[in-house]
Every structure is written in structure tokens, then in C-alpha cells.
Design a protein around this ligand. Structure first.
Ligand SMILES: [Cu+2]
Length: 148
């Protein structure tokens, strides 16, 4: 009995919740210069992504249609501290439109498995030029994280 109590206390202290529900988190993406940092972020469904520094140099963060999960909304953010809460699992590719040509793009992966829409992203007519470079980076990171 003492062991069980200790185990449960340990789990609670480590942030694991026995019901399986883990509190939603907010993950920050910064905009140092002409890039998003981190360029690819991994979150859970229900988590929020927050961008800081967008008004600097007139950055924005706009999801690329066809490169987000089915059923997800195309977000379009430009104010300081803008947030988006993502409930649809999969990968989201987004661009800073003023600086897309300079390679200022990012990606968000929602969920803890290989995104179901990777093939759709690969086959998108948008997958060229600077967009193709972020898609390659996204592929590299999801392979490293999820591929067995
Ligand atoms: Cu920008």
C-alpha cells in the first residue's frame, strides 16, 4: 500500500495525470530576423502556438491551404502575441507572406504520431521553391521523431 501511494505521488509530481488527460500548453515561436524559431514545433491536440515579434519587420504567420490537416482552419496571424489553438492532428505548414521568398516559413506538428497529411503536403502544387525547403525540414524532423 505504501508503495502504491509513493508511486501515485511520484506520477503526480512528474506531471502525469492518471486519467490520461494532460493539460493543454502554450508553445512559443519567436521571429529572430527572417525566420521562425523553432522552425518546426511539436504540440499536442488542444495546445496553443503563440508567435512573438510578428509586428517587427511586418511578419505574419499564414497557413498554406492544402498544407494543413483536413478540417483545420487556415490561420492568418500578424499581431504581437498572436495565438492559434490547434485541435486537428497533423502537420501545418505556414509562411510569413512578406518574407516567404526569403525562406521565412515554419511548420507545426499536432499529435504524437507521423502526421496523416504528409503525403498531401508532398503532393501539393505549393511544394516548390522556399516552401519545398520547409517541407524537407518538416519531413526530416517527423522522420527523426516518429519513424521506427
Ligand atoms: Cu517575416
Amino acid at each position: 500500500m505504501q508503495i502504491n501511494k509513493t508511486l501515485i505521488a511520484g506520477l503526480a509530481a512528474s506531471g502525469l495525470v492518471l486519467s490520461g488527460n494532460v493539460a493543454a500548453e502554450t508553445v512559443e515561436v519567436k521571429t529572430p530576423g527572417m525566420k521562425f524559431d523553432p522552425v518546426v514545433v511539436f504540440v499536442k491536440a488542444g495546445d496553443t502556438v503563440q508567435w512573438t515579434g510578428l509586428p517587427t519587420a511586418s511578419h505574419d504567420a499564414v497557413a498554406i491551404p492544402g498544407m494543413i490537416p483536413e478540417g483545420a482552419d487556415v490561420f492568418n496571424k500578424k499581431e504581437e502575441g498572436a495565438t492559434v489553438t490547434l485541435t486537428e492532428e497533423g502537420a501545418y505548414v505556414y509562411a510569413c507572406r512578406p518574407h516567404q521568398g526569403l525562406g521565412m516559413l515554419g511548420a507545426i506538428v499536432v499529435g504524437d504520431k507521423m502526421p496523416a497529411n504528409m503525403e498531401q503536403i508532398r503532393k501539393s502544387p505549393e511544394n516548390k521553391g522556399p516552401v519545398a525547403r520547409i517541407v524537407k525540414e518538416l519531413e526530416k524532423q517527423v522522420e527523426a521523431k516518429f519513424a521506427k
